[in-house]
Design a protein around this ligand. Structure first.
Ligand SMILES: O=C(O)C(=O)/C=C/C=C/O
Length: 486
């Protein structure tokens, strides 16, 4: 039986409460191991260790020394690639090709990009004449914010955790990570990497548990935490903002979405179908950037529905390491029930079910998994539940549009504003739309193509702040202005 312990001050520790909870494999519902729940005491110890590290060796390291350590972390993740791969796939059930091409490589890349950024980003300086006819020089100094609470989700566990830990450490902070209760494995394993490369104790800490009344709340409310970065549901993000208000701590929130795709008749049809197949169904639809609303210019509406139906029906569910597997399960029985409930809601509200809508027929050994069918609906009004609410499953509603103004109004009429994908070969039109769609990220003839130097984050109820490249420095450092009088 595997055990997932908390990682505090360089050591793996159980919770004093002795409470544990199950880590379940979503492919077949089997028990992977027990997760040791951190109580208030463990969270206090983790924050204290992080504070001590700031004042200790870590806090005294020059940037170039910090970056050498982080480069060693990236190297060790790559050296233990298969260990991270096995751990991530066991926790999530995601297909091997996805974990091996996206999740784990980004685990290392998320350190590399911020090593490059922190070493190459200058701060500003100004020279001024002073009233006495002399001069003064002002210059900016970036200092670490301190102890950063990292609350990360279950859909891309290693990727989204290191997307925050990478810049946090590159900027000289220390972290306490609260992984999702669904996916403890890779955050726990990263502790071994930190020790292996000689990272000072207390720089990287992991506490396991849930949200309210558990480690998540204890951590985000802890007065020793100087900033909170969160990826996950908007409702949880709002609760974290409330917790951060006590003690006036900044937050960086990347949250839910109800992302649209806009497909014009002049698009490269194959590019649109290939890309939409990924944006609607990749990771079983469990990607915050994923497409759940597809608007298609009327002349190609029927053709696109048919093409996406065909692609959805080729997405074979199965074992993660089976090379024919094209789609995995949802993360848990609880999430499966939520998604199936919304599938039923679509039926109740009169959707035309183009494909899917239920549970795939799985081999006996996998019947205990959290499987749902890739699903496509048409025929619903914009006010329908599955057209307005985030589902976070392998599904989308497709509807026709006739004018640019009409589709722009529909795309923007949603409380979320994370990502959009626009397919057209009229680049003037694509840019015109991209400037009017109220989201943080607009892909044109692409999706989830990532340049890690760019600003990443959501508008409206999809988030606050931007992380990526130099933009992460705004959250993970404080800029101090120094003026020298000559
Ligand atoms: O690609 C990234 O850096 C990122 O943050 C992806 C987020 C996906 C959320 O589901």
């Amino acid at each position: 039986m595997k055990e997932f312990l908390n990682f505090i001050n360089g050591e793996y520790v159980r919770g004093t409460s002795g409470k544990t909870f199950d880590d379940i494999n979503p492919v077949d519902g089997s028990l992977i191991g027990r997760i040791h729940e951190a109580g208030q005491g463990e969270v206090n110890a983790a924050v204290a260790a992080a504070q001590a590290a700031l004042k200790g060796d870590w806090g005294r390291l020059a940037v170039v020394e910090r970056c050498k350590l982080l480069d060693a972390v990236a190297g060790e993740i790559n050296r233990r690639f298969d260990d991270f791969l096995q751990a991530e796939i066991a926790d999530t059930g995601k297909p091997h090709h996805l974990a091996s091409h996206v999740d784990i490589p980004r685990g290392a890349a998320n350190f590399q990009i911020f090593i490059d950024t922190i070493k190459s980003t200058a701060t500003e300086s100004f020279n001024m004449r002073t009233p006495d006819g002399k001069t003064a020089l002002s210059y900016g100094v970036r200092v670490p914010r301190g102890v950063i609470a990292v609350v990360c989700p279950w859909n891309l566990p290693l990727l989204l955790m290191t997307w925050k830990v990478g810049p946090a450490l590159a900027c000289g902070n220390t972290v306490v990570v609260k992984p999702s209760e669904e996916t403890p494995a890779t955050a726990t394993l990263l502790g071994e990497v930190m020790n292996a490369v000689g990272m000072p104790k207390g720089v990287y800490n992991v506490v396991h548990g849930f949200g309210p009344g558990s480690a998540g709340e204890f951590l985000t409310r802890h007065p020793g935490v100087n900033g909170i970065t969160f990826t996950g549901e908007t409702r949880t993000g709002s609760a974290i903002m409330k917790a951060a208000a006590d003690g006036v701590r900044p937050v960086s929130l990347e949250m839910g979405g109800k992302n649209a795709a806009v497909v014009f008749a002049d698009c490269d049809f194959q590019v649109a179908v290939d890309t939409l197949t990924r944006s609607c169904f990749e990771n079983a639809g469990q990607v915050c950037l994923g497409t759940e609303r597809v608007y298609v210019e009327r002349p190609i509406f029927a053709k696109l529905v048919a093409a996406l139906k065909e692609r959805a029906e080729t997405m074979k569910p199965g074992l993660p390491f089976d090379k024919d597997t094209k789609i995995g399960p949802l993360i848990s029985k609880k999430h499966q029930a939520k998604v199936l409930g919304l599938y039923q809601k679509a039926r109740d509200e009169g959707a035309t079910i183009v494909t899917g809508g239920g549970i795939p027929d799985m081999p006996e050994a996998l019947r205990g998994g959290s499987w749902v069918q890739p699903t496509i609906w048409t025929g619903l009004p914009e006010t329908a539940t599955v057209v307005t609410e985030e589902i976070f499953g392998p599904c989308c509603h497709i509807s026709p549009f006739d004018t640019e103004e009409e589709v722009l109004g529909k795309v923007n009429a949603n409380r979320y504003g994370l990502a959009t994908a626009v397919f057209t070969q009229d680049i003037a039109r694509a840019n015109r739309l991209a400037h009017q769609i109220e989201v943080g990220l607009c892909w044109i003839n692409a999706w989830f193509l990532r340049d890690l130097r760019t600003p990443f984050g959501g508008s409206k109820q999809s988030g606050i702040g931007r992380e990526g490249g130099v933009h992460s420095l705004e959250f993970y450092t404080e800029l101090r202005n120094v003026m020298v009088k000559f």
